[in-house]
Write a protein that binds this ligand. Structure first.
Ligand code: ZN
Length: 282
């Protein structure tokens, strides 16, 4: 299958990719310098600059905020814990609104400490997402549930397939208002035999973000060994073609957690590689 290269104007930098060497100001200015039009900050970096100051700097540099990472983490052992998770999500919604982010990404959370009740955790995720959705709506912020690879089910997210995320969307937002959808991260869903079907099912109303990187063989760390596009086994052009066919017109956000390689390099070099690989491998 021959697919034309993507529009370079759709490239976005997820700040996790350069988080070890740059603060948010450097990331914003780096994107502007390289002609990268989108940025997706993580909240730890946002805290360093402040949402208002970040929003101004992002606006002044003409960037689009393709997402804010992240909210979620709903399950907790007791009511107090669940309430503090909700409070944290409300703060994230406020920041996403200030930034004008296209979505707040939800990494929904896994099992509470000491628990083996996976079904119960998933109920807490449903309830927490539902409560957060009401507040997000009134703030004009869309929520994007990010299904995570099943290896993260215990400690990060017990929503593990696109179908499962879309079932949640159907339950909580049956009218497909656009207020609740999914973030499709190739790292988490590339292996899923139902992926194409799920992307088609989501359609343009529910496809809120597209995260790209690559799956290395072998993978030496569960969290921080993601690959640069082209260095692994994910058929990125094919997945992008499914996103496009389903109506997705948004950004392609590069999110690479890479303790042994990319985090060690000069971020300006990394951005150059990202731009080349986006054209050659995506
Ligand atoms: Zn992601």
């Amino acid at each position: 299958m021959k697919i034309a290269p993507p529009d370079p104007g759709l490239l976005s930098l997820n700040t996790a990719t350069v988080r070890e060497r740059w603060n948010l100001r450097e990331m914003i200015e780096g994107c502007a310098r390289h002609g990268i039009r989108g940025i997706s900050p993580w909240r730890d970096k946002l805290a360093g600059l402040g949402a208002k100051e970040a929003a101004k700097l992002i606006r002044d540099n003409g960037l689009t905020v393709t997402g804010l990472c992240r909210g979620g983490m709903f399950p907790a052992a007791d009511r107090k814990g669940r309430q503090s998770a909700l409070d944290d999500n409300l703060r994230a919604i406020e920041d996403a609104a200030i930034l004008g982010a296209r979505c707040l990404v939800l990494v929904v959370g896994g099992l509470p400490a000491g628990s083996k009740d996976l079904a119960g955790a998933r109920e807490m995720v449903r309830d927490g997402t539902g409560e957060t959705l009401e507040r997000a709506r009134s703030a004009g912020v869309a929520l994007a549930i990010e299904p995570l690879h099943p290896m993260y089910c215990a400690d990060r997210a017990c929503v593990n397939t696109l179908a499962q995320a879309l079932d949640l969307c159907d339950e909580l937002d049956s009218g497909a208002s656009g207020d609740l959808g999914v973030a499709v991260d190739v790292y988490h869903v590339w292996w899923d035999p139902q992926l194409q079907q799920g992307i088609g099912r989501a359609g343009d109303k529910r496809l809120l973000a597209f995260h790209i990187c690559d799956w290395l063989v072998p993978t030496t760390d569960l969290l921080n060994d993601r690959g640069m596009m082209g260095d692994g086994v994910i058929d990125l052009p094919r997945i992008r073609s499914w996103m496009t066919a389903a109506g997705y017109r948004g950004f392609h956000e590069v999110e690479i957690f890479s303790a042994r390689n990319w985090w060690k390099r000069d971020p300006d070099d990394v951005l150059g590689v990202i731009q080349r690989r986006h054209q050659e491998c995506c």
